[in-house]
Design a protein around this ligand. Sequence first.
Ligand SMILES: NC(=O)C1=CN([C@@H]2O[C@H](COP(=O)(O)OP(=O)(O)OC[C@H]3O[C@@H](n4cnc5c(N)ncnc54)[C@H](OP(=O)(O)O)[C@@H]3O)[C@@H](O)[C@H]2O)C=CC1
Ligand SMILES: O=C([O-])CC(=O)C(=O)O
Length: 259
Amino acid sequence: MNIGIIGTGNIASYLLEQINKLQRAEGQVIAIFGRNQEMGQQLSERFEADFYTDLQGFLDLPLDIVVEAATVEAAGIYVKHVVEHQKDLVVSSIGVFKDIAFLEELKRLAEAKGTHIYLPSGAIGGLDVLQSAKAADALDHVQITTRKSPASLGVEAEEEKVIFEGSAFEAVEKFPKNINVALVLAIAGIGAEKTKVRIIVDPDIEQNTHTIEAEGVFGRMELQVQNNPMPSNPKTSLLAALSILSVLQNRGSALRIGN
Ligand SMILES: NC(=O)C1=CN([C@@H]2O[C@H](COP(=O)(O)OP(=O)(O)OC[C@H]3O[C@@H](n4cnc5c(N)ncnc54)[C@H](OP(=O)(O)O)[C@@H]3O)[C@@H](O)[C@H]2O)C=CC1
Ligand SMILES: O=C([O-])CC(=O)C(=O)O
């Protein structure tokens, strides 16, 4: 499997280390696309993958799958081109799908091109439960409470404080670098307008903690993940990068676990 990565940051570096150095997936990252020349060159030399600043050159390569690991804004510019070039796509910046019509359009394009789009569970879990409940309209209410440190949220705070309460749609508009998890939850469940989000800044916490509550005819779920942040970007939980590695490990497997 030939893998390409968009982005030269934290998730990109982690995947390069795990795949190209530690062989934790059946394949190789052969190319990186980005705009940061210095980081791009460094990663290219360290992990033996070519660095591109020109998207066309990158997409002309025989890539089987492209991992977007950039930003919501950059994903909006690039992901459609990836699918148009008949590559499978893994999206990290799931906030790009706050307008669900864009995801539907991309899905139709992938069907026409015979490719797949993967939305990893990222820094949370419980998407299997939501999808099972949704299968027969048995899901009514979904809420996520995210608790992060001031460093992780990029705000100053001396004491614990709720800094946002609203829909997943509004949350992604206000915190595009911090709450992609709310969007994947919304897509798996009841949509970005109905999914409720609370963001709490907590100076006494070091982990990125997400508590998910869901209710419906199926019953009730409450799940909490206490994620270690990544050293090079405390906004991002290690679990988010691991979930992408897991998607790459499972691609093409005859066995599928979960729905
Ligand atoms: N789904 C989930 O659960 C989670 C998703 N995420 C999301 O995953 C994404 C990647 O995270 P992470 O690696 O930690 O982020 P980083 O900030 O460490 O890296 C982002 C990278 O994107 C690059 N970039 C930004 N804009 C562009 C552009 N227009 N063209 C090309 N490259 C660009 C940056 O380059 P430069 O150096 O030039 O700025 C940088 O290399 C983020 O959107 C993050 O919010 C994170 C955690 C959980
Ligand atoms: O990594 C996390 O804990 C969550 C996050 O940043 C995001 O969803 O964008």
